[in-house]
Design a protein around this ligand. Structure first.
Ligand code: FE2
Length: 380
């Protein structure tokens, strides 16, 4: 039996300017535009009322609920962050990002073949264009949306934290209210894709996103990237978009920022008390450093609460680390089995189809398998 000490692994990370062989730098693409923020996500859902019930307990507010459409907002001035249309199955449709002005839309129309959106179909108003990514997901670029009055949320408790040598709280207690974790904003979306390189290039070109952290397979090839928006000297979230290479085109999860750790914890209580299905957390991520808590919506799609994430300016150098499950989080509960490789008939069929279509090689399949099969926290 190995000693416990031998199972601890130090997180390895290399700066892009000092990559040892055989680690390959992620190819860059000249961007057409630079998106300014992630606006909202679009889904198809068979039961809009059930989703609304979950999202209210998750900390969002209803803007519109009709027989055919659900629009939800956070507490920021964004008019909406989540849009669902009624349809036969639960699925991710796409993402909308804000751009600076209409000129960006014209560039996308003339150079990328973007289709102008009828203004009446854009939740929150404004103007926009539509693209379809290589995996078939919609990407909307919008601008001029009418901002709304923010909904007041309580002051974060971070400045009141006590520690050795640091007293932030005297003659005061920590009594965060038991209430849904007020979702302030939509933070990021994570997509699995068969063609990591192709999707990475496509999103860099059409959103102007830049890599924060890249994870590579044993042969040194990049297979996952945390992308942030290029806001120049203005700090941007460590990631607004994550792409991970895998066996299918799939929505992995989306993440929503809450006020602080106590909001995350009290929101956990509310979701648990109201019978929603917990997935993973509370814990601390490594890439992005967020404190996280993951939940399933009524159809089993993953939604993450987070707080205390990293923010980088555009000049912060990308870091590279090996892709494995242990790199997903620093501490907290063991990673759920659903996030690891699924050894079942469905996976076998996916693999056979990809091999037949030459979208996957045996060599790459082995690399993916070895990256994700090692037990990440053997002591858990
Ligand atoms: Fe996340």
């Amino acid at each position: 039996m190995p000693s416990l000490k031998k199972t601890f692994k130090t997180h390895i990370s290399y700066a892009e300017s000092a990559l040892p062989a055989p680690i390959q730098k992620l190819d860059r693409v000249c961007p057409l535009v630079q998106a300014k923020s992630l606006a909202f996500l679009m889904f198809e859902k068979p039961d809009l009322g059930a989703v609304e019930n979950f999202l209210i307990d998750f900390g969002m507010h209803t803007v519109v609920l009709t027989e055919d459409q659900l629009v939800m907002r956070g507490s920021s001035s964004e008019p909406c962050i989540y849009v669902a249309r009624r349809g036969p199955r639960s699925r991710y449709i796409g993402a909308a990002f804000n751009v600076s002005n209409e000129n960006d839309l014209l560039v996308l129309q003339s150079q990328a073949g973007a289709r102008r959106l009828p203004t009446e179909i854009i939740p929150g108003g404004g103007v926009g264009v539509e693209l379809i990514d290589p995996a078939g997901n919609l990407l909307w670029l919008v601008t001029g949306r009418k901002q709304v009055n923010p909904i007041p949320v309580r002051t974060p408790l971070h400045p009141l934290t006590n520690g050795p040598g640091t007293i932030g709280r005297v003659n005061k207690t920590v009594r965060a209210p038991l209430e849904p974790a007020a979702v302030v904003k939509l933070g990021h979306v994570v997509l699995q894709t068969v063609d990591f390189q192709g999707m990475a290039r496509w999103y860099m070109r059409h959103l102007g996103v830049i890599p924060s952290d890249v994870q590579f397979l044993a042969d040194g090839s990049p297979n996952l990237c945390f992308f942030r928006l290029n806001l120049g000297s203005t700090p941007a979230d460590h990631h607004s978009l994550v792409l991970v290479g895998g066996l299918e085109e799939k929505y992995e999860h989306s993440a929503y920022e809450v006020v602080d750790l106590d909001a995350l914890g009290q929101g956990h209580n509310i979701l648990r008390a109201n019978g929603h299905r917990h997935m993973w957390g509370i814990g601390r991520h490594i890439q992005g450093s967020q404190l996280f808590d993951y939940w399933f919506d009524p159809n089993g799609m993953e939604f993450e609460h987070y707080t205390d994430g990293d923010v980088f300016t555009a000049d912060y150098e990308p870091q590279y680390s090996p892709l494995d499950l242990s790199g997903i989080w620093a501490w907290g509960d063991d990673v759920p089995k659903s996030m690891g490789p699924q050894h079942n008939l469905s996976t076998l069929i996916k693999i056979l189809k990809l091999l037949c279509n030459r979208r996957l090689s045996m060599e790459r399949l082995k690399l993916l398998g070895s990256a994700l099969s090692a037990p990440p926290r053997p002591w858990l």
